[in-house]
Design a protein around this ligand. Sequence first.
Ligand SMILES: C[S@@+](CC[C@H](N)C(=O)[O-])C[C@H]1O[C@@H](n2cnc3c(N)ncnc32)[C@H](O)[C@@H]1O
Length: 374
Amino acid sequence: MTLHKSTETAGMTGMNGSNGMTGTVGATGHADTACAETTDRIVEDYLTLVDDSMVAVLPHALRIAVELGIADMMNALTPQSVATTADLVGADPDALSRLLSALAAAGFFTGDPATGFRLTARGARLRRDHPHSLSASLVNAESQLAWLRAADSFRTGAASFGTGDEDGEAAAGGFFGVKDNRRAENLAFLRRMRERTGRLYRQAAETVDWSPSSVILDIGGADGFLLGGILSAAPHASGILFDRPTVIDEVNRRGGVPGCRTVPGDFFVAVPTGADTHLLCSVLHDWTDEQSVDILRSSRRALAPGGRLLVIEMLVPEDGSPHISRWSDLGMMVLTGGRERDRAGFTRILHAAGYQVSRVLEIPDSPFSVIEAH
Ligand SMILES: C[S@@+](CC[C@H](N)C(=O)[O-])C[C@H]1O[C@@H](n2cnc3c(N)ncnc32)[C@H](O)[C@@H]1O
């Protein structure tokens, strides 16, 4: 069974910035050869903001630009006066002018208060309708709230999400249980997942060879955005979209996913039988090793004989180099109690559930990989 366009790979390279370990000139001005530091652009930019005690301002400025819908009311061709934009989004003109000036200097807009502003390619990603929109992620208040309490995660090793919430009962279900009780949060989550999948790994649909697959089960497939893309690339196959009942209700309300059966359930209990290909995309990183093995065992029990499992996740590089997965690892700990893993970590949990890794495929232009197991 093959994954085409495949280069068998032993690990991951970083998507952002350099992977190299380089000696740097430290604050003292001396070349620091005793303790080589990594260069990571995210860290460099962050430290510049810390230097000016402005660390929180950029994320908040971007969030507010999205909340006000500024980019949705502008275009890339014609400069729009601050007064018109203020009128369209319901903002104070002076406050908006200052926000646009700061975000223009950061490359999201171009222009000035006298001539007006228009969107840049970067700023267009603040629009809700952009194919690689960042809008749902930038307004992700639940993650920001969890991080305010996150020191507890590092004391206890458990997720901080939902702790200290005024609505203690609703928050008791953890990251996903809360969404079962609060429809608006469930819908915001599904929008975030769709954006993130589109930005980071939807091209998996064109990367994998689907010719051996007849029935593809997406376990924890959210609103079916990825599975829909896969079925377009593999029109001979049919799909089963499996997720929490409150997610499947939303999908059905929108008319489902073409070529797909939708099935609600709990992957800790069982997943549907009848598929020869199982997908687990960005699911295992939400859970501890023990919980992940339980999910993988549910898959193993249901997979058709001779079938394959495809796990789409980031692989933490084993060489200590910078990679977005290192930040995501902390994010998972705080939000869900889960973790990111290196190749050995995935091999271990897959093996514990009765799976053997057959190959790992890097997804082009993505920090994600496809791990194929039988
Ligand atoms: C991080 S999201 C990934 C979504 C999707 N696979 C993607 O790549 O965009 C994890 C998914 O697991 C689903 N999920 C969480 N707990 C579940 C459970 N016990 N049973 C079934 N699905 C669950 C969530 O609703 C969510 O859609």
